[in-house]
Each structure stands twice: as structure tokens, then as C-alpha cells.
Write a protein that binds this ligand. Structure first.
Ligand SMILES: NC(=O)C1=CN([C@@H]2O[C@H](COP(=O)(O)OP(=O)(O)OC[C@H]3O[C@@H](n4cnc5c(N)ncnc54)[C@H](OP(=O)(O)O)[C@@H]3O)[C@@H](O)[C@H]2O)C=CC1
Ligand SMILES: O=C(O)CCC(=O)C(=O)O
Length: 479
């Protein structure tokens, strides 16, 4: 019988409405565990506990908050191999990537332990005599965090850590596909001495648990990462209730390869950006915009290296690309492979393949000869598929890169300082990479995009303070 894992409300482990199976996408016969699926009532109890705990958590002061985050960071670091293995088992990314993601979660907690002590404020002179003005930041209260399946520990970490650092309390709903990493993180918070009610975990489907979080009056703000339609719905619903909202959604990130690029650097950046983590990154290099002068040599080298990538189980030592995270995502990816052919692309790779175990394995794919108007160039696929578009020169490449409903990350491979500088200036994206993959970001700097990719203030780094605090302006007359 598989282990049962409960929700965590008001400092206590509690059962949900029913249990759901968490299965390994590398081997669907591997049942990782049974996880509680909560109800709207569970969300209400979690939010009430969070609301009750919040004033004391803020009043405990920055040192107490920093100390907790620091202990959590150390505990994650100490268990990075165990948690990384669990993460690889439930999400399907290969073990080194899963361990690196777990370490990144530890670094994020450590970073925000420091930020708790650096909560910014200002003192200003008033226009009136003998009046002092103090501008301070206060927590927004209870925050609801709704997270996706593709970064099962790093994304919860980069929402939980700033929320707690600035004195908020939390209700977390992880994606139903990947409850185990969030559950392990919750155990760490509990063991690290997180006061009852300060952090609550309610697992279960978005349509029930997520919906109840949006509707709960104790929850003052929602930070969400996931798909555009869900994000738009959350923005509408939060807007109607005057809740604060922060959304990180999709990308269709361009990587421009100029004729003057160093070919091995460009191929390595595109291979990593497009296919690592099975392409399941909102920052994936999913549009490769290649200047005529290097197009054929680039495509030949990239296709050769792509076809040599070893696709296999997440925990197998020689796998370079793990399985797709779910059957639904695999079916969607295969639909896009068919669509690429139907739209007139030459397709290399992309087929479902058998692995040593029954899992959702797919060969990475290149869609050649695409135009930027095709659906495969406009819609986020979220799988190991990259669309290749030709450009005649730099200006056309920049125009193609910017012609997208998304604006998360944009990259250029070039050896020319002028092109690099111009691209950094002209790219309509929240993050710009030069001679680096569009994916794979640092943990201490702002993360987010423009257009359909993001809404609200930036996540991560010092900029996280914008979402997780509200500004108070205090005037004092001392007589
Ligand atoms: N930007 C990114 O990092 C990500 C982008 N995506 C994109 O989204 C596509 C679909 O992925 P999917 O997992 O379905 O993304 P969703 O947007 O459906 O899920 C993201 C989170 O929102 C929750 N959710 C779903 N429906 C609701 C709702 N009605 N109210 C409140 N919360 C809800 C989900 O819960 P639950 O899963 O439990 O139902 C999950 O926790 C991918 O193919 C990809 O294109 C997906 C993941 C991450
Ligand atoms: O590229 C990265 O490092 C982060 C990507 C990410 O946050 C996402 O895909 O949701």
C-alpha cells in the first residue's frame, strides 16, 4: 500500500475529501504516494488559520522571520538529493536538473532570509514645518499561492520565501500533478518551527482548491504561475474582488542566431534552451530565428546534436531528456508535431518512443521552414519542440522576435557588440540573454515578462517586495 500524505492546516496534518494517486511519468507502474485532495472547506480553514496567525508573525520581527527561512534553506540543502529524487520521480526532469532545482529552492530561502532584514522604507521631509514623513512597507496579509507542475519546488519556494520574509502568511496549492515536492517542503517548514497557521498546504484540483482560494475573503492576494487562460480567469476574478494579483504565464521565447555567431555556442544555447527539462519551461527557446548566412550550418549541427540526445527515465544515469510530465501534455505535444507538418514545416523528430519502462517519452523535435504566422510559431507548446524561422538580417530578426503575443525571455547569439547591445535595447521581453539559453535564470534578480507572459509586479530578487507588501505613509507632528 502506498504512503498517504495529508494537507497541512493550522500546524496540523489533516485528511482531505479523498486521495489522489501521484504516479511517475517515467514509469506509470510506480505509485509515488497517495495525496489528500482538499475541499473548499479545507481552504476556508487554512485561510482562517493564516489570518489568525498573520499579526503575530509580522510582529515577531525580521530576525525571527529570517531565522526560520535560514533554517528552511539549510534543511532543503541537507536533503537536496532525497528531494531531488522525489521531484525527478514525480515531474520527470532528469536527476541532476531536479537536484539543481532543489538547491535553487534552498538558495531562494537563504536570499529572502537576508531580505527580511532589508525590508525597505524611506524618511522624507514634509512640505509642512515640523512634520516628518515615514514610508514603510507592510505585509498584505494572507497570500494564496497557486503553482504549476514544471518546477515543483523552485516556484513554490520563490513565492513562499518572500511572502513569509515580509510578514505575510500563506496558503499554498501546488499543481495536482506534483504534490510530493510541495509536501516535502511543507514537512521542512513544520520541522523548522514554522508557527501554526503561518504556512498552510491544501492540495487538490485547481477547479476546487484554487477556485476556493480566489473566493476566500481572508486571502488578500494571489500569486499564480501557469497557463494563460487560467491566469486571465484569476485576474478577472481577483479584479472583481479587489485582490492583489501577480501572474506568470507562458512564453514563445525567440532565440536569434546571427550569421556572426560562434556556431558551437549558438548550437549549445539552443539545445539547452529548447530541449532540456523536456522543453517544459516557460522560458524555453521555442522560436529559433536564424539569419540566412548561418541557417543551413546551424540547422545541420543542431539537428545532429538533437537527434543524439538520450531520452529516457528521469532517474537513469545516462538520460539527458526525461519524459513529458503527463499523458495530457504528451498528447498536446504530439498534436503540435502533426500541426507543424500540416502547416507545411519539415519535421525532424517529435515521435513518441518506448522507454525501458512504460512512460511518456518523446523525441525532441525541430520544425523547419516555418513562418512566424504559423500556429507552431505563435502558441506555447510546452514540450521538446522548437520552431525554426529564417531571417534575412538583424532588423528582420528583431521584428520577428518581437512579433509574438508573449514577451518573457528573448535571446541572441552573436559575436557583434553592436547587435548584442541593440538587441538588449529593442527586445520586447522581460529578460534578455546574449550568447546564453533563454531559459535558466539566476535566483536573486527579477523574473517576469511583458505582454501575455506576465501581469503585475515582478517575482524574485528585491523586486518581490512589490507584490508581498503594501506601502504605508505616516505623517508625524512633534509640536
Ligand atoms: N508558465 C509556466 O511556467 C507554465 C505554463 N504552463 C502552460 O499551461 C499549459 C497547461 O498546463 P496546466 O497545468 O493545465 O496549467 P494550469 O494553468 O491549468 O495550472 C496551473 C495551476 O493553476 C491551477 N488551476 C487550474 N485551474 C484552476 C482554476 N479554475 N482556479 C484556480 N486554479 C486553477 C492548477 O491546478 P491543478 O493542476 O491542480 O488543476 C495549477 O496549480 C501548459 O501546456 C503550458 O503551456 C503550465 C505550467 C507552467
Ligand atoms: O528558466 C528558468 O530558470 C525558470 C523557468 C520557469 O520559471 C518556468 O518555466 O516556469
Amino acid at each position: 500500500m502506498a504512503d498517504t500524505h495529508l494537507n497541512y492546516i493550522a500546524g496540523t496534518w489533516v485528511p482531505g475529501e479523498h486521495l489522489t494517486e501521484n504516479r511517475n511519468p517515467s514509469d506509470i507502474s510506480d505509485l509515488i504516494g497517495l495525496y489528500a485532495a482538499g475541499s473548499a472547506g479545507d481552504v476556508d480553514r487554512a485561510a482562517a488559520a493564516a489570518a489568525e496567525a498573520q499579526p503575530a508573525w509580522f510582529a515577531a520581527g525580521p530576525q525571527a522571520r529570517a531565522d526560520l527561512l535560514d533554517r528552511v534553506a539549510s534543511a532543503i540543502e541537507a536533503r537536496a538529493t532525497d528531494i531531488g529524487t522525489l521531484l525527478a520521480r514525480e515531474e520527470g526532469k532528469i536527476l541532476p536538473e531536479a537536484i539543481a532545482e532543489t538547491r535553487r529552492a534552498a538558495q531562494i530561502f537563504r536570499f529572502f532570509a537576508g531580505e527580511a532584514l532589508r525590508t525597505p522604507g524611506e524618511a522624507l521631509a514634509s512640505v509642512r514645518p515640523r512634520v516628518d514623513i515615514e514610508v514603510t512597507r507592510e505585509p498584505i496579509g494572507v497570500v494564496g499561492l497557486i503553482t504549476p507542475w514544471n518546477f515543483p519546488i523552485a516556484i513554490p519556494a520563490w513565492k513562499i520565501a518572500p511572502a513569509l520574509a515580509y510578514g505575510n502568511t500563506v496558503v499554498l496549492k501546488p499543481a495536482e500533478l506534483v504534490p510530493a515536492s510541495a509536501h516535502a517542503l511543507t514537512q521542512i517548514l513544520h520541522d523548522a518551527g514554522c508557527p501554526a497557521g503561518v504556512f498552510n498546504l491544501v492540495m487538490g484540483p485547481g477547479s476546487v482548491v484554487g477556485r476556493a482560494m480566489i473566493e476566500n475573503p481572508h486571502i488578500a492576494g494571489i500569486s499564480f504561475t501557469g497557463s494563460v487562460p487560467t491566469g486571465q480567469m484569476i485576474a478577472r476574478e481577483c479584479g472583481a474582488r479587489l485582490k492583489k494579483v501577480q501572474l506568470e504565464m507562458g512564453g514563445k521565447n525567440p532565440m536569434v542566431v546571427m550569421a556572426d555567431a560562434d556556431l558551437p555556442t549558438a548550437v549549445a544555447a539552443c539545445l539547452n534552451g529548447a530541449f532540456f527539462s523536456t522543453g517544459q519551461r516557460c522560458t524555453a527557446s521555442s522560436r529559433l530565428i536564424v539569419e540566412d548566412g548561418i541557417h543551413d550550418a546551424f540547422v545541420e549541427a543542431l539537428a545532429r546534436q538533437m537527434q543524439a540526445l538520450r531520452v529516457g527515465p528521469a532517474l537513469a544515469a545516462d538520460s539527458q531528456i526525461g519524459p513529458v510530465a503527463s499523458l495530457a501534455q504528451l498528447s498536446s505535444n504530439l498534436g503540435y508535431v502533426d500541426l507543424a507538418s500540416a502547416e507545411g514545416c519539415e519535421v525532424i523528430g517529435g515521435a513518441r518512443i518506448d522507454g525501458p519502462t512504460e512512460g511518456f517519452f518523446q523525441r525532441p523535435a525541430l520544425f523547419l521552414g516555418a513562418t512566424n504566422a504559423m500556429r507552431v510559431a505563435r502558441e506555447e507548446i510546452f514540450g521538446p519542440c522548437a520552431t525554426v524561422i529564417r531571417a534575412t538580417d538583424f532588423d528582420e530578426a528583431v521584428a520577428l522576435a518581437n512579433d509574438s503575443p508573449f514577451g518573457l525571455s528573448a535571446g541572441i547569439c552573436t559575436s557583434g557588440l553592436r547587435h548584442a547591445r541593440e538587441f538588449r535595447r529593442r527586445a520586447r521581453a522581460g529578460m534578455v540573454m546574449v550568447n546564453l539559453p533563454t531559459a535558466g535564470v539566476d535566483y536573486h534578480v527579477p523574473f517576469g515578462g511583458t505582454k501575455g507572459s506576465s501581469y503585475g509586479s515582478r517575482e524574485q530578487g528585491r523586486h518581490a517586495v512589490e507584490f508581498y507588501t503594501t506601502v504605508k505613509t505616516a505623517y508625524s507632528f512633534a509640536g
